[in-house]
Design a protein around this ligand. Structure first.
Ligand code: KIV
Ligand code: NA
Length: 264
């Protein structure tokens, strides 16, 4: 099997919806790999895997570590790795150096970064030099300190043109796809119609060219109540709780290890 390529993914604009999930580790990635077109090693791993409050504290080496694990665990899906806060905003040169390090050390096929018009020059710089870029606009968690939290975008219709301009700018700069996160549905649908690259929605619209969710959220592993855009497809949190509790009981009662679990 050949891995999904960036041009193959880009050609899915307006076609069969693109399936995507996040994954941060080899064993879950191997499962997702059988069903997803691309896998995002998102910087949400700072919260999900490492208990951070926001993604702002995620370092580059952590993204590389998890990116490598996901590439090793997969063979079909395109693997996209998030550029963490502070590794690309300063200048196209800094962004190139860090994106190149991510690609060389993980073997991933593309990087993702947050921002619209302000990142267009950087997106062009990277793309022209061999680094495919997925853009990400709308609710951009790395800017949560400026925005005053995680706020759904586009509630005021007067802001729609600004979001549309962000989308057009990253598409024209060469981004091969665009994540639309946390924006009102008609705005996400409008942007999807306006740009020539696939849009990937999360808290966006069914009209997007694809969808993405954080794997742990859709598996019911988020210990707090996830936002409304998350649909829970499996209650793994409850399953793990039951399994761990059964194990604890059996250890205490010496029911485990049983006959089958020891070497005679
Ligand atoms: O970090 C992440 O998981 C993401 C997706 C939610 C798009 O950026
Ligand atoms: Na992210």
């Amino acid at each position: 099997v050949r891995r999904m390529t960036v041009p193959q993914l880009a050609r899915r604009k307006g076609g069969e919806p693109i399936v995507s999930l996040t994954s941060y580790h080899a064993h879950t990635a191997a499962i997702v790999d059988r069903h997803a077109d691309f896998i995002l090693v998102g910087d949400s791993l700072g919260m999900v895997m490492h208990g951070m409050e926001t993604t702002v504290g995620v370092p580059l080496d952590l993204m590389i570590m998890h990116g490598r694990a996901v590439v090793r665990g997969t063979r079909r899906a395109l693997v996209v790795v998030d550029m963490p806060f502070g590794t690309y905003e300063e200048s196209p040169n800094v962004a190139f150096r860090n994106a190149a390090q991510i690609m060389k050390e993980t073997g991933c096929g593309a990087v993702k970064l947050e921002g619209g018009r302000r990142m267009a020059e950087t997106i062009r710089f990277l793309t022209e030099r061999g680094i495919p870029v997925m853009a990400h606009i709308g609710l951009t968690p790395q800017s949560s300190h400026v925005m005053g939290g995680f706020k759904t975008q586009g509630r005021d219709e007067e802001t729609w043109d600004m979001h549309s301009e962000d989308a057009r700018a990253v598409a024209e700069a060469g981004a091969f796809a665009l994540v639309l996160e946390g924006m009102v549905e008609p705005l996400a649908a409008r942007i999807t119609r306006e740009v020539a690259i696939p849009t990937i929605g999360i808290g966006a619209s069914a009209e997007c060219d694809g969808q993405i969710l954080v794997l742990e959220d859709m598996l019911g592993l988020n210990p707090s109540t996830p936002p409304k855009f998350v649909k829970v497809y499996g209650e793994l949190g409850e399953m793990i709780e039951r399994a761990v509790s059964d194990y604890a009981e059996e250890v205490k009662s010496r029911a485990f290890p049983g006959e089958d679990n020891v070497y005679r």
